[in-house]
Design a protein around this ligand. Structure first.
Ligand code: GLN
Length: 189
């Protein structure tokens, strides 16, 4: 059976664990490098990307996360997690970027005055639009080779994938709609 970890340093952790459980998937909180053992995939949740990045380094998780991905595992980054998965270029050098998917992001890309909003969002080849909750969300400014855009709002890309990585600017764990989680699970063999 598949087992998925949820990085549990800061942010929306419990809701992701519950969504995975509702899909009948074993889920575990990841706080230390040893917690990555035996996982088939990892969700990096939303929260505050600077804080999560700092905690990843403090917990000695940066290299283990890179090794986890390099060993062929799948990763799903939502909101702050999308930012952490993005490419390691053109950002403040003290901010962690794991470079799991070749995208560049605009943090808080919908403007600070629009703190949060919801949308019914057409998503890749899913038959129904997904319920998407955006909270101080980033968008994807540029994407490189091997990256497929899955959803956009006003011409701004808000979800994308490569073969082993899914990223969404929105929070799929805050609604009852599990379709985006199911979409991620298909990346795991
Ligand atoms: N704006 C946050 C950041 O830059 C992300 C917000 C979120 O994850 N909901 O980290």
């Amino acid at each position: 059976a598949k087992k998925i970890g949820v990085l549990a340093l800061q942010g929306a952790v419990t809701e992701h664990l519950q969504a995975l459980n509702r899909l009948g998937v074993a889920a575990a909180a990841v706080k230390t490098p040893a917690d990555l053992d035996g996982l088939d995939g990892l969700i990096i949740p939303g929260g505050e990307s600077t804080a999560i990045g700092r905690l990843i380094r403090e917990q000695g998780l940066e290299e283990p996360l890179r090794a986890f991905f390099a060993s062929g595992k799948a990763v799903f980054g939502t909101c702050a997690g999308l930012i952490l998965c993005s490419a390691d270029r053109s950002h403040a050098p003290d901010e962690l970027r794991l470079g799991f998917i070749d995208i560049e992001v605009e943090r808080n890309g919908f403007g600070r005055q629009i703190d949060s909003f919801e949308a019914l969002l057409p998503f890749g080849d899913l038959p129904e639009p997904v319920e998407a909750v955006f909270i101080r969300a980033p968008y994807i400014r540029t994407s490189g080779e091997g990256v497929r855009a899955l959803a956009s709002i006003d011409g701004k890309i808000v979800a994308a994938e490569n073969d082993r990585v899914l990223v969404t600017a929105f929070h799929p764990e805050l609604t009852d709609d599990l379709s985006v989680f199911s979409y991620f699970l298909k990346k795991i063999g």
